[in-house]
Write a protein that binds this ligand. Structure first.
Ligand code: ADP
Ligand code: ADP
Length: 229
């Protein structure tokens, strides 16, 4: 079934109409790439999915929670929906390992030994187990982003939102991050990815949204075919 459902959603920044009558259903396990010109509303769209931006009208249901309902506890949605940002947003004063352990400890009250075991397993998966005790500033951009992805996975989310995860990286670091994203895609977690990486959109994505001027211009369930045209 649908894990994310937009019905006639509009979003304004003041008088600026940023999202125009969005209708969109994303099913469990879909890998959705969102492409389109800068300023077209891609980031706004995914930021509405975990309540970072409020919608002005319409209906938005995410993992069963109604985001238009003021009574909805946003923290319940954020347990289910992880987010990876362009600029990592790591806690700079905490080690790599602590960055991954913090939210599960506080939000999920995961027991310490289990929490550490899961965090180390995830660090290994993203190729950074030997960096566990370093601070973020001691890592490259690509390594920081892989920590951010491990941190998001530690919460065992149903959905992970990615907002231009490779756009701030030096070219030689992009592939390592894309490889980790490909692994997540194969693990069956629903992903919504704002990206300029057409290779990812074509090869890994199962669905492609082309966004323009606050609206979905194209919605393809066959990205390879879309790019062949
Ligand atoms: P994209 O991700 O496609 O580059 P954004 O969603 O970031 O587009 O932005 C869409 C439009 O909304 C842009 O014109 C941007 O300047 C505007 N915008 C984004 N965030 C805000 C904000 N917090 N306040 C006012 N305008 C905003
Ligand atoms: P990015 O490329 O990372 O999306 P932006 O410069 O587009 O960076 O946006 C950075 C932040 O500024 C975002 O939180 C966005 O919502 C906000 N923002 C973007 N455009 C505007 C705007 N016109 N007015 C106010 N805030 C904005």
């Amino acid at each position: 079934g649908a894990v994310i459902e937009f019905k006639n959603v509009d979003k304004y920044y003041g008088k600026y109409h940023a999202l125009k009558n969005i209708n969109l259903e994303i099913d469990e396990g879909e890998i959705v790439s969102i492409i389109g010109p800068s300023g077209s509303g891609k980031s706004t769209l995914i930021r509405t999915m975990n309540g970072l931006e409020k919608i002005n009208s319409g209906q938005l249901i995410v993992t069963g929670y109604d985001l238009a309902d003021k009574k909805t506890d946003i923290n319940k949605i954020r347990k289910n929906v992880g987010m990876v940002f362009q600029h990592f947003n790591l806690y700079e004063n905490h080690t790599v390992l602590e960055n991954i352990m913090l939210a599960p400890r506080i939000v999920l009250k995961r027991p310490e030994a289990e929490n550490k075991e899961i965090a180390m397993k995830l660090l290994k998966r993203v190729g950074l187990e030997e960096k566990a005790n370093l601070l973020p500033k001691q890592l490259s951009g690509g390594q920081k982003q892989r920590v951010a992805i491990a941190r998001s996975l530690a919460m065992k989310p149903k959905v992970i939102l990615f907002d231009e995860p490779t756009s701030a990286l030096d070219p030689e670091m992009i592939q390592d991050v894309l490889d980790v994203m490909k692994y997540i895609a194969q693990a069956g977690i629903t992903m919504v990815v704002v990206t300029h990486e057409m290779g990812f959109a074509r090869e890994v994505g199962s669905r492609l949204l082309f966004f323009d001027k606050g609206a979905i211009l194209e919605d393809s369930h066959n990205p390879r075919e879309f790019f062949a045209h």
